[in-house]
Write a protein that binds this ligand. Structure first.
Ligand SMILES: NC(=O)c1ccc[n+]([C@@H]2O[C@H](COP(=O)([O-])OP(=O)(O)OC[C@H]3O[C@@H](n4cnc5c(N)ncnc54)[C@H](OP(=O)(O)O)[C@@H]3O)[C@@H](O)[C@H]2O)c1
Length: 323
């Protein structure tokens, strides 16, 4: 495993993070936590909302919390816990943001109880509320940090203009700003219209430039494009979600490039696609989703796939950034 420091923090996550995929018990995937750690993984992503629609409570945080609770106390120091708050209420429209101080505090307290810890290492805002000034948001996040409830914080599904505003405000006031960004990003280009429906934001040219300028870390979600390339390579039908979000002519071309790169490198198409994310000019820690432990193990193998600059150029299809 390789590790990378998130700039402006003392966090050194493994270059792949374990996604919050398990929401029910008993689950055949519970063993993934130990499998991930045994292979050197130390960074876990979850969210207060994961499991709420199905179970009515923060099922994924509680599952992770119970697993952590079985470990010796010193184990906590070696892992990086990331969770998110501020997601719209399950069943409510996505245009009703929940980013008031009271809503975030309530989510945060529930996350701390669910995970059974005193502090969250990296706390994400799950969505943005563009009507709410960044000043207000950064002020309460800094207060939660001062209280020790969170160590660092990041933004997920924020547009770049808002990330820039937050960055400028934090710098001007000398306070802590977002240390990382969690957009959707994979070797496939997402159909942004499909993401817009649920207020998800994908990496794009402007965001890429922002990260080049600031060196800020990216922890991309859905880095496997929901299995888009794997399904095409295996001749399997795409799931409805993968088709809606990722089916487009550009991605069909990328699928062919990926197959060629995977054959040359002796790896799988999934590993080649993840390796592409791991070869960027700023820190990138993909958050792996999976529906079986072998899928997780395969994804972790991407860490060992080296891509030279000629191959990367070919993968970018003649552009400097893929965008
Ligand atoms: N911040 C946010 O708004 C946000 C949004 C979404 C997700 N997330 C986070 O990001 C994590 C990952 O996201 P995700 O699950 O949407 O995306 P993902 O990793 O792109 O997709 C996971 C799916 O990819 C397929 N897959 C993965 N590894 C594979 C392999 N080796 N071979 C074949 N297929 C493979 C599987 O599809 P099949 O099940 O069809 O086999 C799996 O369910 C989540 O767990 C969560 O922690 C955050």
């Amino acid at each position: 495993m390789r590790y990378i420091r998130i700039p402006r923090t003392d966090l050194r996550p493994s270059v792949v993070c374990l996604g919050g995929v398990i929401q029910r018990e008993p689950s055949p995937l519970v063993g993934c936590y130990d499998e991930f750690v045994e292979r050197g993984g130390n960074c876990f992503d979850t969210a207060n909302v994961y499991g709420k629609a199905d179970c009515g409570f923060n099922a994924n945080e509680r599952l992770l919390g119970r697993w952590l609770g079985q470990k010796p106390p010193s184990f906590r120091d070696g892992v990086i816990l990331c969770t998110k708050g501020g997601h719209p209420e399950p069943g409510q429209p996505f245009d009703r943001p929940r980013l008031s101080r009271a809503e975030i505090e309530s989510d945060l307290e529930e996350s701390l109880r669910g995970l059974g810890v005193d502090t969250i290492d990296l706390y994400w805002l799950h969505r943005d509320d563009p009507e709410r000034p960044v000043e207000e948001i950064l002020t309460y996040l800094n207060e939660f940090a001062a209280q020790g409830k969170i160590r660092f914080f990041g933004a997920s599904n924020w547009k770049t203009a808002r990330l820039r505003q937050a960055e400028e405000y934090a710098r001007a006031r000398g306070i802590q700003g977002f240390v990382a960004n969690q957009p959707q990003w994979s070797y496939a280009r997402a159909n942004q219209q499909a993401l817009d429906k649920v207020r998800l934001v994908a990496m794009d040219k402007d965001a890429f430039r922002f990260h080049q300028e600031t060196g800020k870390a990216v922890l991309p979600f859905s880095p496997n494009a929901r299995g888009y390339f794997q399904k095409l390579a295996a001749g399997l039908p795409l799931t409805q979600l993968a088709a809606e979000r990722y089916e487009n002519p550009g991605n069909r071309t990328r699928a062919e490039t990926l197959k060629a790169v995977a054959a040359e490198r002796g790896c799988t198409v999934q590993q080649a696609a993840l390796a592409f994310l791991l070869h960027q000019p700023f820190p990138v820690v993909p958050i792996l989703g999976f529906s079986s432990i072998p899928q997780l193990i395969e994804g972790m193998g991407a860490v060992d796939v080296a891509l030279d600059s000629a191959t990367l150029g070919r993968m970018r299809g003649g552009t400097s950034t893929l965008f």
